[in-house]
Design a protein around this ligand. Structure first.
Ligand code: ASP
Ligand code: MG
Length: 407
């Protein structure tokens, strides 16, 4: 019998009605002759509600207690899901992470899965039950609860699918799949049928917000294809798969906008070995994630170093950088109005002219490019946030993403 692992995100289990609908969907798959494992998230945005409650009682809750609290969200869903199925006549059983030996390291709030003991899952599947697993949570070998990072139920999905060597791994959400751009901003955006792991990784980190990067990394490592689809309809969604021959025929697969960025510029930085190491080491030890970095060295042996951070980290970064610049004798400026527009596609490896097409589209819309960064399969331009949405639209148009790009 083939094994299907299906994950239902928060919006797909937001209320009793939707839980019943998800249960029906799993039962249908079971009746079609498959063994079914379900991974579920907390209902709706109830995890946000829990975070909010924590903030109300403490300005800096410990990470251990945060995990202890957040795991409760998924536990509500698993038991309700099992009850809903039993009420429909389908034998089912729910498991917390501890009950299936989902062991992680002890890095609270961003733990990594180390092993899964799939024996109990197999036992229950073989007994004809649908197995329902709490997403997002794990336990340390000492038995403490951990969580895998916000949005981490996707990581659970892929980890379970890999451990069970499942035949199908489905991620149910409230959208039809991955789009060529955010359809809320670009109405002509089109659903993509197939996208490679690497493209998905770039799109996710560029603000496409569909799948947790770690889930995609995991899927790539174990070669688990993920089918992202809508829980409200039967349409085929987007397959996230290993790169295959023919994919490079499409030059650009998608465009993305990351619009809450800030830029920090350090001027008169002494141009000598170890300076960049000192700057970025100090920033990293404060858990501030740096996006793109550029350095320009002037003939008079001083450098300008500019980098971007998430707007949410700007206040923290400012404290650190103010102190650093006093130590190094340089000056720092802060801009809180940046955005980044990017195009992604494995076809860039073999096609030329992608960069100029993107720059020309931005120029025509009178959008000033303030910085450019590239990877093998991505080109990004830093721009002013006020022009972010327009930039995404014109770039999406320039590559005719709304009209063709069939794979
Ligand atoms: N409930 C968790 C969150 O909201 C995990 C998830 O939904 O994937 O981050
Ligand atoms: Mg959630």
């Amino acid at each position: 019998m083939s094994i299907v692992v299906m994950k239902f995100g928060g919006s797909s289990v937001a209320d009793a009605d939707r839980i019943r609908k998800a249960a029906l969907r799993a039962i249908k798959t079971r009746k079609a002759g498959h063994q079914v494992v379900m991974v579920v998230s907390a209902m709706g945005d109830s995890t946000d509600g829990l975070v909010d409650l924590a903030r109300q009682v403490s300005s800096s809750p410990s990470k251990r207690e945060m995990d202890q609290l957040l795991v409760t969200g998924e536990q509500v869903t698993i038991s309700l899901m099992a009850m809903a199925m039993e009420a429909m006549g389908q034998p089912a059983i729910s498991f917390t992470a501890g009950q299936i030996g989902m062991i992680t390291d002890d890095v609270h709030t961003k733990a990594r899965i180390k092993s899964i003991d799939v024996r109990r899952i197999h036992e229950q599947l073989d007994a004809g039950k649908v197995v329902i697993v709490a997403g997002f949570q794990g336990v340390t070998k000492e038995g403490a609860y951990t969580t895998l990072g916000r949005g981490g139920s996707n990581v659970t999905l892929v980890a379970i699918a890999a451990a069970l060597k499942a035949d199908v791994c489905e991620n149910y959400t409230d959208v039809d799949g991955i789009f060529t751009a955010d359809p809320r901003i670009v109405p002509t955006a089109r659903k993509i049928d197939r996208v490679s792991y690497d493209e998905m990784l770039e799109l996710a980190s560029l603000g496409a917000n569909v799948l947790h990067n770690r889930a995609v990394e995991f899927a790539k490592k174990y070669n688990v294809p993920i089918h992202v689809r809508n829980s409200n309809n039967e349409k085929k969604g987007t397959m996230i798969v290993a790169e295959s021959h023919g994919m490079e025929r499409i030059v650009v697969s998608g465009a993305a906008l990351k619009d809450k960025l800030a830029r920090i510029t350090l001027r008169n930085v002494p141009d000598r070995p170890g300076t960049a190491a000192k700057i970025f080491h100090t920033i990293a030890t404060h858990n501030i994630v740096v996006d793109d970095i550029i350095q320009i060295v002037a003939p008079n042996r001083v450098a300008t170093v500019a980098f971007t951070v998430d707007l949410a980290d700007l206040a923290d970064a400012r404290k650190v950088v103010d102190k650093l610049s006093r130590e190094l004798g340089c000056t720092a400026t802060y801009e809180d109005h940046m955005a980044k527009v990017s195009v992604v596609g494995v076809g860039m490896r073999v096609h030329t002219g992608v960069a100029e097409r993107m720059f020309a589209a931005l120029a025509k819309a009178k959008i000033n490019i303030q910085n450019i960064t590239t990877s093998e399969i991505k080109i990004s331009c830093l721009i002013d946030r006020a022009q972010g949405k327009t930039a995404l639209k014109v770039v999406h148009d320039a590559f005719k993403l709304g009209k063709r790009n069939k794979r």
